[in-house]
Design a binder for this molecule. Structure first.
Ligand SMILES: [Zn+2]
Length: 330
């Protein structure tokens, strides 16, 4: 699998200790290198036109481009004089990722800063420009599916496509933490009604809950939607070793979920799939999950505990089915 990366992604810095740090990408690259998985790194070029306008308002882009030392939200999302340029380079990575996927080259884009909390006219949650949303618009297709497995609800992506049927948004996340959105009954509106899917897991939900959500919701909806392209917001902060959120997923579950999505892309859209990095702050688990996705072979894993034998998220899955069964056969 091809890996998309740009050295500028390492230059994005917050002023003090911050979980969204360059070492995340460094950890991934060291791990990929140790397994000889970095032969095929693609570097995006700076975009010529500002395709961010496909998603973001002029006013928001103007304000982001002129900020030099400020915060977008309560101290979490710092903007330096370099931030806008680096965030645009992450968007360029997303565009390259979509281009490669359209050529049936499965790929993973190791983007920094992440994007799924950025809406049309706002940023926050360590996000400035919504990489995956811009990528989905840039693809210019009738049916793009975004599957967001970061442990936070991708409120930005959800808002952008809330009344849109051309982009299906499916999110599995830890309910009740930042950003506080993504309840099961938020199913979209107008043209987009039924095209916004939220599985809002309680704390402690892990592998068996995620597998249930995959089998009973993600798999059937994707098959019925028949996407022309699948984009994955890959966040690993629901891992049991990641203290950022309270889900209890194992590395194997993340890798299996991503491989199942790859198989679905083979079945439904000629293998057109790309994974774009969002969160994931426990570097060893982030690194081994990424390696497991990139590698064709099984990778030896350190974090393999199954902490969800009782399917803690079963009721959340049922809530989602109840909210959506009039739109999809579930
Ligand atoms: Zn997250």
């Amino acid at each position: 699998m091809k890996v998309i990366f740009h050295p500028r992604y390492m230059d994005h810095q917050h002023p003090s200790t911050h979980p969204e740090r360059p070492e995340r990408l460094e950890g991934i690259l060291v791990k990929l290198d140790s397994l000889s998985l970095v032969d095929d790194i693609l570097f995006p070029e700076e975009m010529e036109k500002d395709v961010s306008k496909l998603v973001h308002t002029d006013r928001y882009l103007r304000s982001l481009s002129t900020m030099t030392s400020d915060y977008l939200d309560g101290g979490d999302t710092f903007v330096s004089s370099e931030t806008y340029e680096i965030a645009r380079m992450a968007v360029s990575g997303a565009l390259l990722s979509v281009d490669e996927a359209m050529k049936k080259n499965k790929n993973i884009a190791l983007l920094r800063p992440p994007g799924h909390h950025a809406g049309a006219d706002y940023g926050g949650g360590f996000c400035y420009l919504n990489n995956i949303a811009i990528g989905a618009r840039f693809a210019d297709l009738d049916r793009v599916a975004i599957v967001d497995i970061d442990s936070h609800h991708g409120n930005g992506t959800s808002d952008i496509f809330y009344s849109d049927s051309e982009v299906l948004y499916i999110s599995t996340h830890h309910h009740g933490i930042y950003p506080g959105t993504g309840v099961s009954v938020a199913v979209g509106e107008d043209q987009g009604e039924g095209y916004n899917v939220n599985v809002a897991f309680p704390a402690g939900s892990g592998d068996s809950s995620m597998n249930l959500a995959f089998d009973d919701i993600i798999d059937p909806i994707l098959k019925q939607y028949s996407p022309q392209l699948i984009l994955v917001s890959l966040g690993t902060d629901g891992h049991y070793a990641d203290v950022m959120t309270g889900l209890s997923l194992s590395s194997q579950c993340y890798i299996d979920t991503c491989k199942k999505l790859a198989s679905l892309s083979d079945e439904l859209c000629g293998g057109r799939i790309s994974y774009m990095l969002e969160g994931g702050y426990h570097i060893p688990s982030l690194a081994e999950i990424t390696a497991g996705i990139v590698s064709d072979e099984e990778v030896e894993l350190e974090f393999t505990k199954d902490l969800d034998k009782n399917k803690k998220g079963e009721e959340a899955v049922l809530d989602t089915i109840n909210a959506l069964h009039k739109y999809w056969e579930l």
